[in-house]
Design a protein around this ligand. Structure first.
Ligand code: CP
Length: 319
């Protein structure tokens, strides 16, 4: 595949820093890669001259495997690093860790890190392209891109005027912020809904509606993107109990059955079944949760491919 258009950025640090045309380009390129991975031979040689390091300083199942598969489908060489089993445990700094890995001729870095801003720091210090695979409670740009891709796929290709409600723990979620930026760039209306203790006070300044009424929000939206309660990021108690959370703010079977129209159900995973969403809703005919995971590979192929193409152009094809 040849990239006729280019991204405006050298790194994907967050959706906030992408133009609407970058988002459109990534989603359109992902559409082509989706065709590739549906073929019997799911590989193209586009990145055979590229080495990618996947650096995970936090746990991951979907994002990590999805990036690794995307790199392999593009014929890149990949190395995987998990902080838990590395010399980070001996006190090595982030910059020393990354510089040592780059010394082994790595071109691109995919990184998940608990510190918001870790990617920006690295981008100012190193030469490789960086893709943010989640930084603390800040952004998770490729999740938002695969979410937007999946919504477009389910809603006929255009999100302009569509209503998306993000339900749950917005305060501690990196997916929420990336989703808001991404959906607004694509012309969708965005609402957030959850308990007041889990919705940041400043969120309305981003141009999103705020609601604390789950039934009203379900009736309002075309798509319900349901977030997990991030208990691991909460140092105080934001909800009385998980059972009460399900009762008052969960996307339950009873609530969905009361609707007079279908709502597309999404969740970035991992799911706390019976807490933020009932199993019968998560597994229902209107759920596209596994399609999100499937689409993640094509979307990440598009991001890797477009960043590599830009890198090659900037260096006169010598990378
Ligand atoms: N959606 C997501 O980021 O899942 P993982 O934490 O398993 O990567």
């Amino acid at each position: 595949m040849a990239a006729d258009q280019q991204l405006s950025v050298q790194h994907v640090l967050g959706i906030k820093y992408l133009l609407a045309s970058d988002v459109e380009l990534i989603l359109d390129t992902a559409l082509q890669f989706k065709e590739v991975i549906n073929r019997p031979i799911k590989k193209v040689p586009s990145l055979r001259d590229t080495t990618v390091a996947n650096l995970f300083f936090e746990n991951s199942t979907r994002t990590r495997i999805s990036f690794e598969l995307a790199e392999k489908r593009l014929s890149a060489d990949t190395v995987n690093f998990s902080a838990a089993s590395s010399s980070v445990k001996k006190g090595e700094t982030l910059l020393d860790t990354v510089n040592n890995i780059l010394a082994m001729k790595v071109d691109m870095v995919v990184m998940r890190h608990p510190a918001p801003g870790a990617h920006h720091f690295l981008a100012s210090k190193i030469n490789a392209s960086i893709i943010n695979a989640g930084d603390g409670t800040h952004e998770h740009p490729t999740q938002a891109l695969l979410d937007a891709y999946s919504m477009r796929d389910a809603l006929g290709g255009d999100l302009r005027g569509k209503k998306v409600c993000i339900f749950g723990d917005v305060t501690h979620s990196r997916v929420a912020l990336s989703n808001i930026f991404c959906l607004q760039k694509l012309g969708a209306h965005v609402r957030v809904c959850g308990p007041p203790t889990l919705i940041p006070k400043h969120i309305s300044s981003l141009g999103v509606e705020v609601s604390y009424d789950v039934d009203d929000s379900l009736a309002w939206c075309d798509v319900a993107n349901v977030l997990r309660i991030q208990l691991e990021r909460q140092d105080t108690k934001f909800i009385p109990s998980l059972r009460e959370y399900n009762r008052y703010f969960g996307i339950t079977r009873e609530r969905v059955d009361r609707l007079d129209k279908p709502v597309i159900i999404m969740h970035p995973g991992p799911i706390n079944r019976g807490v933020e969403i009932d199993t019968s809703v998560a597994d229902s005919e209107h759920s596209i949760i596994l399609e999100q995971v499937e689409n993640g590979v094509a979307v990440r192929m598009a991001v890797l491919y477009l960043l590599a193409a830009r890198r090659k152009t900037e260096s006169g094809g010598l990378v």
